[in-house]
Design a protein around this ligand. Sequence first.
Ligand SMILES: N[C@@H](CCC(=O)N[C@@H](CS)C(=O)NCC(=O)O)C(=O)O
Length: 229
Amino acid sequence: MIELFELAGRDPDFRFSPYCWRIRMAIAHKGLEPKTTPWRFHEKDRLPGAPTNRQVPVLVDGGEVISNSSRIAFYLEDRYSNSPSLFGGPGGEAHVHFILAWADTVLTAGLFPILGPDVLGHLHPADRAYFRASREKRLGMTLEEARAGRPARLAAFRQSLAPLRHTLQAQDFLGGEEPSYADYAVFGSFQWARCVSPQDVLAEDDSLRSWRSAMLELFDGLAERALAA
Ligand SMILES: N[C@@H](CCC(=O)N[C@@H](CS)C(=O)NCC(=O)O)C(=O)O
C-alpha cells in the first residue's frame, strides 16, 4: 500500500494543492490506488521525514519516504517500471524539465495572486494566520490587494498560456496521443484553480477547455469528482 500525504482544507476531503494533484494523477496513471492522508500547514511535525520534510506531497511506499512532486514522479517511474510510463522514455524525461520549469515559473506563479485570496476561506482555522503571513510575504502585498488586481492579472495569465494553447491545438495531450506526466504537471494548477475559486481561469472560448475537460475525465473522473468551489 502506498500512502500520499496531501494538503487539505478545513474539510479533510478538500484537497487542493497543485503539486499533490500532479502526483494523484501520476499514481492513477501507474494503476495504483493510494491511501491519501490529509495534512494541514500546522501539522509540520506529523509529516513523514519531518523535520527535513516540510511540504507536501510526501509519498510513503514500504520503507521509502519521498518528498517533492518531481522526485516522487521519477521514483514512481523507476519503481513501477512495468506499468504505463509517465515520461515515454529518456527523451520525455529530459523534456519534462522544461514543462516543470514553465509550470512553476509562469503557470503556478501567474495563478498565485489570482487564487491566493480564495484559498484563505477554505483553510483549517489553525492554518489561516500562517497562510496569510507567509503568502503575503511571498506576494509582496496583502491578499486584499491581490484580489483588487485580479482582472488585470487574469488577462495577463490567459495571455501567458499561448504556448500551451498552440501545442494543444495540434495534439490531444502534451504527451501526444496519451497523457503523460507533462500533462499532470500542468493540469495540477488548473485543478488547484478549480478547487479553490469560483472564478474560471479560462475564458469561455478558450480552446484549452477541451484539454482540461479531457484531463478531468481521466481515471473515471478522478479530478472531476474532487470537492471544488
Ligand atoms: N517544489 C515542491 C513544492 C511543494 C509545495 O509548495 N507544497 C506546498 C503545498 S501546495 C506546501 O506543502 N507548503 C507548505 C508550507 O507552505 O508551509 C514540490 O514540487 O513538491
